[in-house]
Design a protein around this ligand. Structure first.
Ligand SMILES: Nc1nc2c(c(=O)[nH]1)N[C@H]1C(S)=C(S)[C@@H](COP(=O)(O)O)O[C@H]1N2
Ligand SMILES: [Mo]
Length: 204
């Protein structure tokens, strides 16, 4: 596939006059954050499984994922620990492209994202289907290193980086937007950096 064939998507947040959300600062070295170690991922046995409230479960192998149309997303990216990276260029398959092959039930309200390291994070379906959401295997022209989620991760540019699950393995359609790993531990259910949705308000 030549680079001209790749659909180019510009995340609308890169068109803002002020691109750095409140309380954030720009970094140039890509930090690496995960709750546990870097899990080994064998491409021969790796699968991406879409399940839950769907008419029929769909499973992709690595080669099958690669055979879908590729896209490049130009986007900024914000971590709740206050770093922001501008002008990321992610290569992969968009969530919309993937879901051309899945019929989810109208009662489904959210997705729970699953990873090889047992990490989970939740997204309302509208956020998952935003046009800049990508299942990415490369950034800046280089394949993702294992620490950065390689071979493949989700990227949700408009929400804090904890929503961008590394070592993606599953997308589960669920009836309610219930909390994932960090959301259960006090992070905001949605995580919009422009609204500073960092943490849920403490009780009491
Ligand atoms: N599978 C998995 N994905 C994950 C995490 C994790 O622990 N496991 N950490 C999240 C958090 S809290 C952040 S801030 C980003 C960091 O991504 P990076 O290491 O590429 O900077 O990954 C997110 N995705
Ligand atoms: Mo994070």
């Amino acid at each position: 596939m030549s680079s001209e064939d790749i659909e180019k998507i510009i995340s609308s947040d890169t068109l803002r006059d002020e691109r750095v959300p409140p309380g954030q600062h720009v970094v140039h070295d890509w930090p690496e954050l995960h709750f546990d170690g870097v899990p080994p991922v064998d491409l021969n046995t790796w699968r991406l499984r879409v399940f839950g409230m769907v008419d029929e479960e769909v499973v992709w192998t690595w080669d099958e994922l690669q055979s879908l149309p590729h896209a490049e997303v130009h986007a900024d990216w914000h971590c709740v620990t206050t770093w922001t990276m501008l002008d990321m260029r992610w290569i992969g398959v968009t969530s919309r492209e993937l879901l051309k092959h899945v019929k989810f039930r109208p009662e489904a309200k959210a997705v729970m994202i699953h990873s090889v390291d047992k990490y989970t994070t939740n997204l309302p379906i509208e956020d998952f289907l935003d046009n800049d959401v990508i299942i990415a295997w490369a950034e800046g022209g280089k394949d993702l290193e294992p620490g950065k989620g390689g071979p493949v991760r989700l990227v949700v540019p408009k929400l804090y980086a904890w929503k961008s699950a590394k070592w993606l393995s599953g997308i589960e359609f669920i009836p309610e937007n219930v909390p994932g790993y960090w959301e259960t531990r006090g992070y905001h259910l949605r995580g919009d950096p422009w609204e500073e949705e960092r943490h849920e308000k403490p009780l009491g």
